[in-house]
Design a binder for this molecule. Structure first.
Ligand code: ADE
Length: 245
């Protein structure tokens, strides 16, 4: 019963790879998958790739070819909710696709044939990730605010303040006020829903999806997000090993 750890960024995966026991790499679907153990737990590590389709392929392969039975996803996101600042962390409760629009055939944001706009994360796994996030940040000596709520995904890097505000406004008016925006989570959540796989996700806020987002993003990834992800996932896997969740 392997737990899959999906990283959006190579910098986030690097620390995990260094800790992986009995590492074995397999190439599949043009991606590298690393099997091994972390804190005595069988894991498989992968990079999500960027965008909804690429992430969906990675997750499907994790489940079909590597026997992933739970999945945790880390990455960075643009903060678009009020008070969601660079350096904060968002643990997802659920995901919406901000670029899904099959209206007038289906209501705006509804995923055709699913009859729903949002895919929810697993409550128990998310609670464990929230605990690990708080503990990991404490261990790093950081007082970052941890948010818990909706994340919006779409195939677009949002890098203009006006666009970020508009996105937040229209989603909120439709009843889906997002804390953050990124490019993969909703796809991962949908595939996990299809397979009945418990799923949890955390995103470190790298930018405010505004006009300086493209400058803030790479700097933040290298300097901060990788440290956050490693500290949080290390705590998460240690707790999982102890509680045998
Ligand atoms: N990931 C990190 N920042 C982002 C942004 N501004 N838009 C989309 N995805 C992101």
């Amino acid at each position: 019963m392997a737990i899959a750890i999906l990283s959006a960024l190579a910098e986030e995966q690097q620390g995990l790879l260094e800790r992986l026991r009995q590492p074995r790499r397999t190439e599949r679907a043009g991606r590298s998958f690393w099997q091994g153990e972390l804190h005595g737990q069988p894991v498989v590590l992968a990079l999500s790739r960027i965008g909804k389709v690429a992430a969906a392929t990675t997750v499907t392969t994790l489940i079909e070819a590597f026997g992933a039975r739970q999945l945790v996803f880390t990455g960075v996101a643009g903060g678009i909710g009020p008070g969601v600042q660079v350096g904060d962390v968002v643990v997802a409760t659920d995901f919406v696709q901000h670029d899904m629009d099959a209206s007038p055939l289906f209501p705006r944001y509804q995923i055709p044939l699913y009859g729903r706009e949002r895919f929810v994360c697993d409550v128990r796994l998310s609670a464990a990730l929230l605990d690990a996030t708080r503990a990991g940040l404490r261990e790093l000596g950081l007082q970052a605010t941890v948010h818990h709520g909706l994340i919006a995904s779409g195939d677009r890097f949002v890098s203009a303040a006006a666009e970020a505000m508009q996105l937040h406004k229209v989603l909120s008016e439709a009843g889906h006020p997002p804390l953050a925006v990124e490019m993969e989570g909703a796809a991962v959540a949908q595939v996990c829903h299809d397979y009945g796989i418990p799923f949890a996700a955390m995103r470190t806020i790298s930018d405010r999806a505004d006009d300086t987002a493209h400058v803030d993003f790479p700097k933040f990834v290298n300097e901060v997000a990788s440290r956050y992800a490693l500290a949080i996932l290390d705590d998460f896997m240690r707790d999982l090993g102890q509680s045998r969740v």
